[in-house]
Design a protein around this ligand. Structure first.
Ligand code: HMG
Ligand code: MG
Length: 307
């Protein structure tokens, strides 16, 4: 990891699509990932192995991940698993990297995966241990790390404790998530600075939602705290179906624009990313795009006219 580079995992294929009224076909999901690869994205969260009754949009997870890995063997493609059954399904389908989800409040765990915090912690630790025994790479989300939609502000001590447990469980990345997009920049800087004392900096990542328009400001605050690993979603699509008020993720195009304007490299083409946004818009039949997308589209049109 170098300090002048940011590392982006585009979570649109999972977080972006898990709560959409239009359910994309496996082919359309592969086309979306193709657009991301064309744009230079080298890490995606491809799908989730959750109950198809809970999230029907992800029912094709096994077929999808198999095809993603055959088609793009160099692409880092993780999959979300909520429990050991999810891990078993993911491994059988050939997944190479999994992500577990631990919510930092009792109620959010119950709403999301139907178990309390202690049980969820236990399941995450068991799932990580089993994944490592299978030789898989791992990530661990610490969700509602700022506010829980049911319990209010999450105590920092709880976030630090759970992140430390995920470090002990040897999660390759610990992903601090602002599930409902309620965080503010100063708070992000303070929490992530504190987290750097318990999580090695090359394993610390942040997953921001952009409900209140502060996603890019929060990403800047995370950068100032030394974080270089980010989740974002092309077009800003996303949101957890079980967290009321969760809107879209920080848009990848906003994050890349900010990174480029700050002299940080990311190897991602903004014009090609916008092509991915156009594709997602056509598929999902609604306007998409981050805060910068109108300006970015005008600039792209000018460049294309000049050709
Ligand atoms: P449950 O009903 O408590 O599970 O659901 P169960 O163990 O009692 O099993 C019930 C049925 O589900 C059984 O099938 C199981 O086999 C099956 P049946 O006998 O009825 O036919 N089952 C499964 N099927 C497929 N895959 C599995 C699986 N596990 C059990 N892995 C469960 C518990 C976790 C399954 C359920 O609550 C669930 O799937 N929840 C979905 C959670 C989810 O997808 N949330 C969104 C992702 S998290 C997020 O978006 C936040 C994040 O972006 C970060 C942030 O922004 O904060 C990551
Ligand atoms: Mg999310």
């Amino acid at each position: 990891m170098t300090p002048d580079t940011i590392y982006i995992t585009d979570v649109a294929p999972r977080d972006g699509l898990q709560n959409q009224a239009v359910h994309l076909s496996t082919e359309a999901k592969l086309d979306l990932i193709e657009h991301l690869v064309q744009a230079g994205v080298n890490s995606v969260e491809a799908t989730s192995f959750v109950s198809p009754k809970a999230v029907p949009q992800m029912a094709d997870a096994g077929d999808l991940i198999g095809r993603v890995q055959t088609r793009w063997p160099q692409l880092r493609s993780s999959v979300l698993v909520p429990n050991l059954k999810g891990l078993e399904r993911a491994h059988a389908a050939g997944a190479q990297e999994i992500a577990v989800v631990l919510c930092a409040s009792e109620t959010m765990n119950r709403k999301n995966i139907n178990m309390g915090l202690d049980a969820a912690l236990d399941v995450c630790e068991q799932t990580l241990a089993q994944a490592h025994a299978l030789g898989l790479r791992t990530r661990a989300y610490v969700a509602v790390a700022f506010d829980c939609p049911f319990e209010g502000e999450t105590p920092l001590a709880a976030v630090l404790h759970l992140a430390a447990r995920m470090v002990e469980a040897r999660a390759g990345e610990i992903v601090i998530a602002d599930t409902i997009g309620s965080a503010a920049p100063l708070q992000v800087k303070q929490r992530l600075s504190a987290l750097r004392d318990v999580v090695p900096s090359d394993r610390l990542a942040v997953h921001l939602h952009d409900t209140r328009g502060l996603g890019a400001a929060n990403a800047w605050a995370a950068l100032e705290a030394g974080v270089r690993r980010f989740d974002s979603s092309v077009g800003g699509i996303g949101g957890c179906p079980f967290a009321p008020g969760a809107a879209g993720n920080l848009a990848t195009e906003d994050l890349v624009l900010m990174a480029q304007r700050c002299g940080l490299t990311s190897d991602i083409s903004l014009d090609a990313l916008l092509d991915a946004v156009d594709f997602a818009e056509a598929q999902l039949q609604k306007p998409l795009g981050g805060r910068a997308s109108a300006w970015l589209r005008r600039e792209r049109a000018k460049r294309r006219e000049a050709l």
